[in-house]
Write a new protein. Structure first.
Ligand code: SF4
Ligand code: SF4
Length: 346
């Protein structure tokens, strides 16, 4: 059983209030959970793909940075390159995106090199992976504050701390390993030939025409085409030949959990989830998305499973059930954390 500290926010909560709530919650979790702080603690964040307007803006994190600075702790924003195209595909573009989105208060570290090529193998010996490829820079730190925007996710069902640990820490090869086995195809009856998937595919794997198709020799299974298709014409086909609409699948989720396990291994992390601007897709989607419900709150914990489960339950209580609840079972099974939690409403 893990403790999850929570404070409610809603659309009337001001930015100043969010800053001070973040700071207060961080102070509470550190004191109540007796956390020893390192001299340098990066903030694992997501810079948001250009075009996305619902990612959590960096001004919200000012209270966290103030807290660390007051304690004389050095900090930075840390992130990895994404697998597919867009403006976070390589370090140079990624740094530009970070600046453009206002992540300028502390230095930015891209943890996996210029193109996602730098990684360390972290041994875990689990069902899907013996070793996981994580951005090399993460090995320099024994503690991170892992900040996640809790919302839906095309493949995983939901995205929060677990996903921020897994996909957010993996080098390009690691991301590819998690996606392997997921190959989309195009349902020509639904395709309106808008070409959005074509533009999103960094592998040049898509042909749009009278009969649109995806070349599975080229496709790396990144899911970008799924994310952008406005008519749900892109469907997932696993290599086992099972075709189903955007459902992710337990293998993918188990792989994500194993990567999260690797990313947390040997670390004394703190997790903060902003359950605000709740959308059905993730911040990698470079377009405006509909907000599904009012903001819920800010959550802090030392357990990535407990914090995600608390957010998942709160979203469900508010009327929206995300897919991916089997993630929690496997996360508990391999010892990533506890899906049982005590919610401490501050
Ligand atoms: S076809 Fe879709 S899943 Fe495959 S590489 Fe291109 S964008 Fe990614
Ligand atoms: S994004 Fe969807 S509808 Fe548009 S061309 Fe691609 S498959 Fe067809």
């Amino acid at each position: 059983m893990a403790n999850v500290y929570f404070k409610k926010v809603d659309s009337s909560t001001s930015l100043d209030e969010i800053r001070s709530i973040s700071k207060e919650l961080l102070d509470i979790v550190i004191k109540k959970e007796n956390i020893n702080l390192e001299k340098e603690i990066p903030l694992k964040v997501h810079f948001g793909e250009p075009g996305n307007i619902t990612f959590i803006k960096p001004e919200n994190y000012d209270g966290i940075i103030d807290y660390l600075e007051e304690k004389g702790i050095k900090t930075s924003f840390i992130e990895t390159n994404v697998l597919y195209g867009g403006q976070r595909f390589k370090k140079e573009l990624h740094l530009k995106t970070a600046r453009r989105h206002g992540f300028t208060r502390v230095p930015v570290i891209i943890a996996d090199g210029d193109h996602g090529e730098l990684y360390d193998d972290i041994e875990i010996n689990k069902k899907h992976f013996q070793k996981c490829k994580l951005g090399k820079e993460f090995s320099n730190y024994s503690q991170l504050i892992v900040i996640a925007h809790f919302k839906g996710h095309m493949l995983a069902g939901f995205g929060g701390a677990i996903k921020q640990l897994a996909m957010g820490h993996a080098s390009k090869g690691g991301k590819l390993a998690m996606h392997m086995g997921i190959k989309p195809k195009i349902n020509n009856r639904k395709c309106i030939k808008c070409g959005l998937c074509l533009k999103s595919c960094a592998e040049d794997a898509i042909t749009i025409g009278e009969k649109s198709f995806i070349d599975h020799e080229k496709c790396v299974g990144c899911g970008a085409c799924l994310a952008v298709c406005p008519s749900k014409a892109v469907t997932i086909m696993t290599l086992k030949g099972v075709s189903r609409f955007i459902s992710g699948g337990s293998d993918f989720r188990e792989k994500v959990v194993e990567y999260a396990y690797a990313a947390q291994k040997g670390k004394n992390n703190i997790y903060i989830n902003y359950t605000m601007n709740i959308t059905s897709g993730c911040d990698c989607i470079g377009k405006k998305m509909k907000i599904l419900m009012d903001d819920i709150g800010i959550y802090v914990s030392t357990d990535p499973v407990a914090i995600d489960k608390a957010c998942y339950d709160a979203v469900k209580e508010a009327g929206k059930k995300f897919r991916g609840s089997n993630t929690f079972n496997y996360a508990e099974e391999i010892g990533l954390g506890s899906a049982e939690y005590t919610l401490k409403d501050i």
